[in-house]
Structures are given as structure tokens and as C-alpha cells.
Design a protein around this ligand. Structure first.
Ligand code: PHE
Length: 347
């Protein structure tokens, strides 16, 4: 084969190899085998010097043309491979703007917080102040100032988590009563306050008991406050929370810090004067009573001049009645399927 034929066949081979190569690396390989120091074309070009002098310019020119042509084809192939790669990437990363977007879940208030807010709002509208207090309390405010000295048998009613002999997790929001009375300036008018919050008792959890639950305390102390004021206050609250038509009844009870003491039931169902007694379904919702004279005295308030009422209601109970929930543990399990049912409430 003479040198011209070698050049031509080399060109054909390279063109064919290029057409078959699929990656930039493969093209680079072809380039090195062709134009590298030991490349095929380089070798042929080295052979030029052995040609007759009159042949050299012609063959030299041909070799150069072929080299340029192949270099161009290599560049061209590279450009096409790069473009194909880019096209593939673009296709893979294409965003379909017509697909429906992801819905962002927005958290909502826990159902118990919603009930507590509704109760707070109601009392604020009635001129009460809201005092939260702390969950860690002293024995003095949780018990002693509530007319429950140490060793009082009624302490057994509230099994207590003690942190030290004198510091505990409050068992009742009644612990805020004495603090509120100590702080209040009675020259400005009656004390009207509610104290919502968490309380703790060493109870075994079951459908209606939880070692941690909520209470909203209410306290009104002033001149001429009577049981009728308590009844009116509670009726206004239940009318607003449950709607009008739920009856209320007082039953005699015992709390060391109230005298007389009452338990208050409301009817699950809506009733009127004509409803036969046996058709009314009662449920207990709170404890209440007239503030015990000892409690007033310990706050340096004269029980001859001032009277008051207090109540402690369970918002967990209120929520159970309002939404027909039969197990208190549902509130504390963080099951979103349960909680989401209330996501529209109170908006
Ligand atoms: N603190 C009482 C309880 O937890 C409820 C209560 C509050 C009763 C205020 C009377 C007055 O059982």
C-alpha cells in the first residue's frame, strides 16, 4: 500500500470509529491513537521523509488535509455528544408545571387549647383577669392556704407528686386563689379571676383519669357575692360553650376550701321546663362553692365584710361533652387522625 492509500484507509477507519463511538472518552481515545506521539497519523507523517522529493509536497498536503478534516470531525463529534448529554439531562430534570403541588400542612391548636381559649375569652368578656401561675407549687399555696393543713384527711382526695417535702406539682389550680387574693387591692373593687392550666395527680390513667389534666379555676371575692352569682356565672359560661338549653343542677359536695360546697352537673341533652326528669342525662362538670371563711382570713380578708365563690372546671371534660369524646386519653396520644378532626374549630 502506498502512503496515499494508507492515509485514505486511515481516514475511513477513523470516520467509522467516530460514528460508532458513544462517549467523549471514546472519542478522546480515537484522537490519541490518531494524533498522539505514537498515533497512526503521526507515524505516517514520519514516513514522509522517505518519499521521493517531488512526491513530498503533494502527499504532505493530502496528509494535512486529512488531519484537518479528522480534527474537525472529532470536534464535531464531541460537540454532538455534549449536546446529546445535555438534552438527556434536561429531559430528565424537566419540571412538569401542570402537576398538582404538594399541600403544606399547617398546624392547628390542640382541641384542649381551643376549649381553654374559648373559656378564657368568655371570662375576659365578663371582666375577669387571667392568671396562669406555675405548675410547680409550694405545699403552702396548693394545700395549707386552701384550708388543708398537713395531715388533713382530705389531702387523700388528691394524690400528689412531691418534688421535696414542701414543693410539689400542683394538684389543683385552686393554688392560684391565695396568690390572687394576696395581690388584689380590694379598694379597687371585687376580685374576679380565672386561672387555667395543667395539674397533676398520682392517678392511674384510664378512660376518665389522667395523671396530668387541665383545670380552669374561677374566683370572685367582693361585697355581697352570693351563690346566685355563682349559678349565673356558670350558666352564662355553659350557654356560650354548649349553646342555650342545657340544664344545670347543683349537688351538695365537700371541698375543704368552700362552704357550702357543690358539684355541678349539666345535661348532655337540650331540655326545657316540659322535659320529664328521667329524660335528662346529667354529667358532672365541675366543683364549686362559697369561699370558706378560713381561706379569706388567711388572705387577711374579713369574712364578715367579704364573701366569694370559687369553682374549678375541667376543660378536658368540657371538650368530651362538647365533641362526644368518650376517652380522655385521646387528648394526650398525639394521634393526628384524632386531632385533625378539630382543626376547623375555633378559627
Ligand atoms: N380544686 C377542686 C378540685 O380539683 C375543684 C374546686 C375548685 C372546688 C374551686 C371548689 C372550688 O377538685
Amino acid at each position: 500500500m502506498d502512503i496515499k492509500e494508507k492515509l485514505k484507509s486511515l481516514q475511513e477507519r477513523v470516520v467509522q470509529q467516530l460514528s460508532l463511538s458513544k462517549t467523549d472518552d471514546a472519542v478522546e481515545d480515537i484522537r490519541v491513537h490518531l494524533l498522539g506521539k505514537k498515533g497512526d497519523l503521526t507515524k505516517i507523517l514520519k514516513g514522509l521523509k522517505d518519499l521521493a522529493p517531488d512526491q513530498r509536497p503533494l502527499v504532505g498536503q493530502l496528509a494535512n488535509e486529512i488531519r484537518h478534516n479528522l480534527e474537525e470531525q472529532i470536534e464535531d463529534k464531541r460537540a454532538r455528544l455534549a449536546k446529546a448529554l445535555l438534552d438527556r439531562q434536561l429531559a430528565a430534570e424537566q419540571i412538569d408545571v401542570t402537576l398538582p403541588g404538594k399541600t403544606v400542612t399547617i398546624g392547628t391548636k390542640h382541641v384542649l387549647q381551643q376549649i381553654q381559649d374559648q373559656i378564657e375569652d368568655h371570662f375576659i368578656s365578663q371582666g375577669f383577669q387571667v392568671m396562669y401561675g406555675t405548675e410547680v407549687e409550694t405545699d403552702e399555696f396548693n394545700f395549707a392556704r386552701m384550708n388543708l393543713p398537713k395531715d388533713h384527711p382530705a389531702r387523700d382526695m388528691q394524690d400528689t407528686f412531691y418534688l421535696t417535702p414542701n414543693i410539689l406539682l400542683r394538684t389543683q389550680t385552686s393554688a392560684m386563689q391565695a396568690r390572687a387574693m394576696d395581690r388584689h387591692d380590694f379598694a379597687t373593687g371585687p376580685l374576679k379571676m380565672v386561672s387555667p392550666g395543667k395539674v397533676y395527680r398520682r392517678d392511674n390513667d384510664d378512660a376518665t383519669h389522667s395523671h396530668q389534666f387541665h383545670q380552669v379555676e374561677g374566683l370572685v371575692v367582693g361585697k355581697g357575692i352570693t351563690l346566685a352569682d355563682l349559678k349565673g356565672t356558670l350558666q352564662a359560661l355553659t350557654d356560650e360553650l354548649f349553646g342555650k338549653g342545657h340544664a344545670m343542677r347543683f349537688r351538695q359536695s365537700y371541698f375543704p376550701f368552700t362552704e357550702p360546697s357543690l358539684e355541678v352537673d349539666i345535661s348532655w341533652n337540650i331540655v326545657d321546663d316540659q322535659t320529664p326528669a328521667e329524660d335528662i342525662r346529667w354529667i358532672e362538670v365541675l366543683g364549686a362553692g362559697m369561699v370558706h371563711p378560713n381561706v379569706l382570713k388567711m388572705a387577711h380578708i374579713d369574712p364578715e365584710e367579704y364573701t366569694g365563690f370559687a369553682f374549678g372546671l375541667g376543660p378536658d371534660r368540657f371538650a368530651m361533652i362538647k365533641y362526644g369524646i368518650d376517652d380522655i386519653r385521646n387528648f394526650y396520644l398525639d394521634d393526628l387522625r384524632f386531632l385533625k378532626q378539630f382543626s376547623q374549630v375555633g378559627k
